[in-house]
Design a protein around this ligand. Structure first.
Ligand code: FEC
Length: 320
């Protein structure tokens, strides 16, 4: 029996491996422009607040990829072998390194997937473009999963998390209906909207599906972690939303950062430190849902989409 060896390129944002790599990492995010000493010190301080020896995103991505590979091989059948390799956007192994690693493994075909459920030309589109370019250079046929923002297992995993945290609010003495639920995701430059980018719409769809499934009536969407650049970013920012909620008499806020799938700086610092501090000053009890990390429902979402892509015809080539 011949075994079909399928490469899976699992793409993720990437994070430094040690404090002395922060500058190179930040320079890469800034398209090769080195940060000023003040900007570097500010980012380093944020990492110092969340990094306990290891950078959480690296650990989480490693675990997600290992467990995904195991899951794919457990259910894929005897005639298929899946080989997963990482490709990171801003750190080693970079996206082209991941494609090359698969090529060296001798796989005859590959599927690329990003550890971010919502498609934007600026985010997932960028990963895909880099991977496709390298795969074409090597002559490796590759197909891509572009999004999975409405997959039932993803929605269930997020719904369970919203419900669990709402229960905690109730145990702490709040009425369930008095808890304002926010859904949040990484902001992007507002110019993506004029370009017809699907990112905001896909995020709203995820939020709506989860709110309906969790029977949450009072919810809204907020952006977070906008870049420190002079261009306008999508808003409202969660840090602007909290004071407005306080003014309106809200005392309990639950945020579901539905655009992220791991514990990392944007969750552990921007939400757990910055938002918690802002909320405390406003007299609001703030909590966020647990990250998906290696939840089998999340990894099952990835597996389903990869299997779907494997079954589909070879990608004809457009970026979307
Ligand atoms: O834990 C970690 O080490 C990494 C956390 C992290 C994640 C993440 C995800 C996304 N980003 C997205 C877009 C942008 C754009 C810019 C930008 C800038 C930064 C900076 C840091 C950073 N991002 Fe990020 N992002 C993470 C970390 N991001 C650090 C630089 C300092 C700062 O501004 O805070 C602006 C770049 C520019 O200057 O041109 C745009 C998007 C995601 C979610 C999708 C994905 O994971 O790919 C979109 C995690």
């Amino acid at each position: 029996m011949s075994v079909r060896r399928i490469g899976v390129l699992v793409m993720s944002y990437g994070t430094p491996e040690s404090m002395d790599q922060i500058e190179a990492y930040y320079t890469h995010i800034r398209h090769g422009r080195a940060p000023s000493p003040e900007q570097l010190a500010e980012l380093t301080a944020r990492y110092e607040a969340v990094v306990g020896g290891v950078f959480p995103l690296r650990e989480n991505t490693n675990r997600q990829v290992e467990q995904l590979e195991r899951m794919l091989n457990e259910t894929g059948g005897e005639d298929v072998e899946f080989i997963c390799r990482q490709g990171l956007k801003h750190a080693y192994p970079f996206v082209p390194d991941g494609v090359e690693a698969l090529f060296r493994e001798g796989v005859s075909e590959a599927v690329g997937i990003v550890l971010a459920p919502h498609y934007s030309r600026m985010s997932v589109g960028g990963y895909i473009l880099e991977a496709r370019t390298k795969a074409e250079e090597l002559g490796l046929p590759i197909r891509f999963v572009e999004s999975y923002y409405d997959h039932p297992s993803l929605i269930l995993a997020l719904t369970e998390r919203v419900q669990a945290k709402l229960d905690e609010f109730v145990q702490a003495g709040y009425a369930r209906e008095d808890v304002k639920v926010l859904f949040s995701a990484h902001s992007l430059p507002a110019s993506i909207v004029e370009a017809g980018d699907p990112y905001p719409q896909q995020l709203l769809e995820t939020a709506k599906l989860v709110a309906d499934a969790a029977d949450v009536k009072d919810w809204s969407f907020a952006w977070q972690s906008a870049g420190r650049t002079p261009v306008p970013w999508l808003g409202p920012d969660i840090l602007e939303v909290l004071p407005k909620l306080a003014e309106a008499g809200v005392r309990a806020v639950l945020d579901c950062p539905a655009g992220f799938v791991s514990d990392h700086l944007e969750v552990l610092y921007d939400l757990d430190i910055e938002c918690v501090r802002a909320a405390e000053q406003l007299g609001i009890r703030f909590a966020r849902t647990e990250s998906l990390n290696t939840d089998p429902l999340y990894l099952g979402t990835l597996r389903d989409k990869i299997e779907e892509a494997v079954a589909a015809k070879a990608d004809a080539g457009s970026g979307r």
